[in-house]
Design a protein around this ligand. Sequence first.
Ligand code: DUC
Ligand code: ZN
Ligand code: ZN
Length: 500
Amino acid sequence: MTTYDVVIRNGTVVTAAETTQCDIGIRNGKVVTLADSLDDADRVIDATDKLVMPGGIDSHCHIEQESSGGIQSADDFYSGTVSAVHGGTTTIIPFAAQHRGQSLVDVVQAYHELARPKAVIDYAFHLIISDPTEEVIAKELPALIDDGYTSFKVYMTYDALRLDDRQMLDILACAREEGAMVMVHAENHEMIQWLTSRLLDRGHIEPRYHAIAHAGIAEGEATHRAIRLSELVDTPILVVHVSDQKAINEIRAAQAAGLRIYGETCPQYLFLTAEDLDRDGMEGAKYCCSPPPRDDANQQLVWDGLANGTFQVFSSDHAPYRFDETGKLSAGPNPPFTKIANGVPGIELRLPLLFRGVKEGRLSLQQFVTLASANAARIYGLYPRKGTIAIGSDADIAIWDPEAEMTVSYDQLHDDVGYTPYEGIQLTGLPVTMLSRGRVVVDEGELLVDRGSGEFLRCERPAMARPLGRLLREVDPSRNFGADILDEDMISGDAGQGAS
Ligand code: DUC
Ligand code: ZN
Ligand code: ZN
């Protein structure tokens, strides 16, 4: 009998903390030894000249989800996870999305039934809450958080999803009491609606006007408001898919003031602009997402925010809709921009695109791993099981060839979308061998595992979701004439990066 199931030899091992030369011994799906020279394994993988990194975590993607407008996303849990793992990702956190009137518990059950027989890599779920009834807040959410669904997304726009400020406060207070992370889609609904009706009244219906209706200032205002709501309740939030200077400045100012405000951005804000929505005919529909891509100056600010730590998370926000009547063109061949399904694919190219930042000297390898996986694991309660290479961690490992080259072309990808917005982009640095819990899932482009071999992950309550314990006067019973507004059972304080 051999000592290890798998040994990875001669690689450069990169984690969020350091870069070292060592071999990795894997047994029963876990990393069990890190040492100078290992052998005695059933399978030895030679990683000479390769980077050996934690498998990526894509913590914002929409898989087998029906949009609030009733459009089905193109990828199911098979194509979505196969595509993810070919791009360096070994864990996804998609959404179990509540439509109004639905029980959250039923929604979660339904998503499990979709994922269990198909996923090839591990997955957790965030909840999308569009109907925060008394039952949802008082009963369903606390029970689901106990069961490992410790993060949820709320929307400040979209008629079918948006919550008003008071509902947001109810959800934040619940998250505070139960120890969950709240993700916020921050855009000012009324600004968008006002701009939209003016645009449509004047006949401006083409896809490019989507980028005008979803103005940067609408994102900035809602981000400001979300931060103030979070501050009132003393509950951390993560502002998702940030695209624009005004929102970036709001997040950075809040962080500088010591608030637990986290930011996420995505490849579309680094590589696409509003000009892409102005491509010929309906081609621009492929690039419609919310918030929309902005301009070159904002791309630079987003890169800066990744490098200077304003953003903790880099997700794909893979929201895949085919360019046909099932997806982008479901309202006909020439729909107004308001009827185009929102979202772009990116689950497979997220990390190769981010690696451009390493190649161009914008990001260190440590920052790459931090953004690719470690911080998502920390923020969503999966660390150190996921997001690092350490004794006892799951052996979720991405072996990258830092010199491999690719000119992006859709026929090399594995999703079911039918196009990529990144067609023609030159990339250097690609994952070549992927392990999930010690199983070799992909080697040299070949998928080696069965449907349904991925496992559901229960998330812990994230330390980074803990309140600061720094209360505004109005919610502090020692200064508000004794009014007990917030439940003080919740442990506040240290949100240390190590614990989950
Ligand atoms: N929000 C998302 O998170 N994804 C796609 C579209 C949107 O509005
Ligand atoms: Zn969103
Ligand atoms: Zn999304």
